[in-house]
Ligand binder design. Sequence first.
Ligand code: FES
Length: 108
Amino acid sequence: MGKPQRHVFVCVQTRPPGHPRGSCSGTALLQGFQQAFEQRELWGRFGLTQSGCLGPCETGPNVLVYPEGVLYSGVTLEDIPEIIEGHLLGGVPVARLYPPPGVWGEEA
Ligand code: FES
């Protein structure tokens, strides 16, 4: 397998109900990406991996895309086509899904 052009990490961390940090619980989101990768034959060109907690749980579900190190927050199944079209294939990150100021090292 060659080096993926871009790599998507989907946080699937879960925590018990009522936990103060909450959790992304992004398993359905990961499955949505897997389906989209399958349908669009993206495997090989792009990587997709589930991850544990990425840090900013309060803004989840979170998705991280490398090599740019772009964090997307509050991602839903409906956002997957835009991330694939815009960022993975088009090289232009989806700014509307950026986390709020102050998260992920961005200045408030
Ligand atoms: S649980 Fe997903 S970022 Fe912490």
